[in-house]
Each structure stands twice: as structure tokens, then as C-alpha cells.
Design a protein around this ligand. Structure first.
Ligand code: BGC
Length: 404
């Protein structure tokens, strides 16, 4: 079946807000504590990664992994407009130094869903000045941290920012059915990515790119591609693929497929803001279909649509209470990566979402994506069998014989 190339990155991905804890100056913190939102619980101390990162990096290196994708938090770095926190930047520098010490390539996300409160209050993603403010934050952060980064991701899943906050109302600012707002957000984040990536390259010579949410959309006979909420993001991704032609890489983030028949969506799919159905053998805790083959299709699509921009798989994962199911999922997803490599596609990483069971936004701590469990009282980490399995794959740069 082949091995992964020398230098291939095997690791995990996470955002700042979902693991750090105490992100009190962010719009999400306010959102979690506001009445009438879809949030089931606040993030609180999350996994206390802010203080426990050292132990987590030792754990990862000990497993055999060689990469970590993590987020830096704008709300900490620029707590008030134009006021940059040297202490916050120093904190992230210590994490980057620890990554280097433990042989973990640092893939850094500059923006992953959250905004400083002051920025949300001014209009957030809709603000005309948003791209310029993002560019300034990127310049300051890249100047302080860029020398220790392997890759820089500007904006995580920019396609979903408009949909979540302006169409479905599950993210701040909580507007619904505002399709016009959604498209204005898309335009602003496209420009913010363009300017952020340019300034990161100029300031720190770090390869920069965007990480895209790419479900595998499949249309059956008689189905017409349209404007169902599950398809809106894809129309925004198409625009990002155009920009990514000039980027150093494109991040592919795929969890499942969404099927469409003549009468709309078919099969299991997530309905954000609705009650989650119980996990079944063929579905996840989020109600998504277990379909790891999606990753091969989306890698091929990204490669083709960007005209051959190198690919990092920056997120792939499954929310499940059954760790054996996780191993099977990752095994199958990584076989897709091997098949893409064999077909000549330049894939440089497989980053599992996520190392830790962490804060799944409005769904709180219920869904468990982690290869490592976290005790919610003591924060103690308990690696699941999948963590050891993945570490062995990384060490061997190969998958074990096919599972039966
Ligand atoms: C997001 C993560 C999220 C994960 C699992 C991705 O779309 O980037 O923040 O936790 O999916 O749902």
C-alpha cells in the first residue's frame, strides 16, 4: 500500500478557544454567556492548554507525532484596538519554542472563529475595516513569532463564518437568514486572507495559506446543485480555491460527505441548531455519516481546483464514544491520502482533529473528537488506544496491514 514520504507531517489540530480556557476577552465567551443562544454550556477552563501545553507537547512527542497545528488568539494578543500584548505574544513564543524542542513542526492558525470583543462590537466580519485590522494583527504576530513557525494558516474555514453567524445564527453575532450579510462577510474574509497571507510572507517568510471546510458534496441523478445551507459554504470555497492558486499551500478539512437527491439532502447530515440524534454505527456524535472516503475526493478536488497548490490535510476527524471506530476511520482516511500521493498529488500532512476531547462550540463538551480524554475536574489526560495507534503509524510512516 506504500509508505508516507520522508518529512510527511503526522500530528493533531486544535484552535485556541477550544482548548486554552478562560478566553474572556473574546466574542465567543460573551456569546456562551448570553441568554437565548444555542450554546449548551460555556467553555470555562476548556482543557487548560494555556497552562498545560508543556505536558501536552511531551505527550505528543512521546507518542511519535511530529506536528501540531494550534491557534493563537487575537483577543489575547490585541485585547483593545491597537493595544498589543507583549505578554500574550511571549506566551505563544514559549509554546513555539517547546514545539521546536520536542520535534513538532508548528502549524499556526491566526484566526479560528473568535474575535476580540471590541472588534465584534464594531461590526466584526462585516466591518469595512476588517481586512486592514486583520492585516495589522498578522503583521505584529508574524514579526514576533514567525521565525518559529513551519506554516501559517490565516483564517480557519472562512466559508462558515458568514453562514454560522448570519444565516443559521449559531455563532456570534447570531443573525439569521441574512444571505446578503453572508456574502458581504465572504468578501471581507477573502480580502483579509489575501492581505494577511501577504504580510505574513513578507514579515516572516513563512509559507501561508487558508484552511477550507470541504465536505464531499455528492449529487445523485436528478439532483441539481443549488443553494441549500449545506451547499452555501461550497460556493464560498470555490472563490478561495481561486485565491489559493497563488498561496503556498491549501488546507483541506474534511469530516464527511453530504449527498443530494432530486428532493434535497439524503442520508445523515448535520442540522446545526437542532437536537443531535444519538450516535449509530454509521453516524457520529454530530449526526454526520461515517464516510472517511470523503477525504480522497476533497483532496483531489482541491488539487484540481487550485491548479496543483500543495495540500496540507489540516483537519480530519470523528466525534465518537467508540475509540475502535475512530481507529477504523483514521485508517481509512489515511489510506485515501496514500492513494492521492500515489496519484502524484502533493499532500504534506495528516492532522487529526483533535488531540484532546475539547470544547465543540455551541455543542459544548458532549462530542468527543479526542485521541486523548480529558478529566473535566482534574484536567488529567488519558490517551486512548487511537493515540498509540496513530503514534505507531507516524513512527513507521506506514499503515498496519488492512484491518479486517
Ligand atoms: C472546526 C473545528 C471543529 C471541528 C469539529 C471544524 O470545522 O475547524 O473548530 O471543532 O470542525 O466539528
Amino acid at each position: 500500500m506504500g509508505t508516507f514520504p520522508d518529512g510527511f507531517l503526522f500530528g493533531t489540530a486544535q484552535s485556541a478557544h477550544q482548548v486554552e480556557g478562560g478566553n474572556v476577552n473574546s466574542d465567543w465567551w460573551a456569546w456562551e454567556h448570553a441568554s437565548g443562544t444555542a450554546c449548551v454550556e460555556p467553555s470555562g477552563d476548556a482543557c487548560d492548554f494555556y497552562h498545560r501545553y508543556g505536558d501536552d507537547l511531551v505527550l505528543m512527542a512521546g507518542l511519535g507525532l511530529n506536528a501540531l497545528r494550534f491557534g493563537i488568539e487575537w483577543a489575547r494578543i490585541e485585547p483593545e484596538e491597537g493595544e498589543f500584548s507583549r505578554a500574550a505574544l511571549d506566551h505563544y513564543r514559549r509554546i513555539l519554542l517547546a514545539c521546536r524542542e520536542h520535534g513538532l513542526a508548528a502549524i499556526v492558525t491566526f484566526h479560528h472563529f473568535t474575535l476580540p470583543r471590541w472588534l465584534q462590537a464594531k461590526g466584526g466580519f462585516l466591518l469595512d475595516g476588517f481586512p486592514a485590522l486583520f492585516e495589522r494583527y498578522c503583521r505584529r504576530s508574524a514579526a514576533a513569532l514567525g521565525d518559529l513557525m513551519a506554516y501559517a494558516c490565516t483564517i480557519n474555514e472562512p466559508e462558515g463564518l458568514g453562514e454560522g453567524g448570519f444565516v443559521l445564527g449559531v455563532n456570534p453575532p447570531g443573525r439569521k437568514e441574512d444571505i446578503d450579510g453572508m456574502w458581504r462577510v465572504a468578501g471581507n474574509v477573502l480580502e483579509a486572507h489575501r492581505r494577511g497571507a501577504a504580510v505574513i510572507r513578507a514579515e516572516a517568510h513563512v509559507p501561508a495559506g487558508v484552511t477550507l471546510a470541504l465536505p464531499d458534496l455528492q449529487y445523485e441523478d436528478g439532483a441539481t446543485p443549488g443553494a441549500h445551507p449545506l451547499e452555501l459554504n461550497a460556493r464560498v470555497s470555490d472563490q478561495f480555491f481561486e485565491l489559493a492558486r497563488d498561496d503556498d499551500f491549501v488546507g483541506v478539512q474534511t469530516y464527511t460527505r453530504n449527498r443530494f437527491g432530486p428532493h434535497g439532502p439524503r442520508g445523515p447530515h448535520v442540522e446545526l441548531g437542532k437536537r443531535l440524534p444519538p450516535e449509530q454505527p454509521d453516524t457520529t456524535q454530530l449526526g454526520q455519516e461515517v464516510y472517511p472516503q470523503a477525504l480522497g475526493n476533497t483532496i483531489r478536488r482541491a488539487w484540481q481546483r487550485t491548479g496543483g497548490t500543495p495540500i496540507l490535510v489540516t483537519e480530519s476527524g470523528i466525534a465518537t464514544a467508540f475509540d475502535e471506530k475512530r481507529i477504523r476511520y483514521v485508517d481509512a482516511a489515511m489510506r485515501e491520502v496514500l492513494a492521492c500521493l500515489a496519484a502524484g498529488i502533493e499532500v504534506r500532512s495528516y492532522l487529526y482533529w483533535s488531540l484532546l476531547d475539547n470544547f465543540e462550540w455551541s455543542l459544548g463538551y458532549g462530542p468527543t473528537f479526542g485521541m486523548v480524554a480529558v478529566d473535566r475536574q482534574t484536567f488529567a489526560r488519558r490517551p486512548k488506544p487511537s493515540a498509540h495507534w496513530f503514534g505507531e503509524v507516524a513512527r513507521a510512516r506506514a499503515l498496519p496491514d488492512p484491518l479486517v
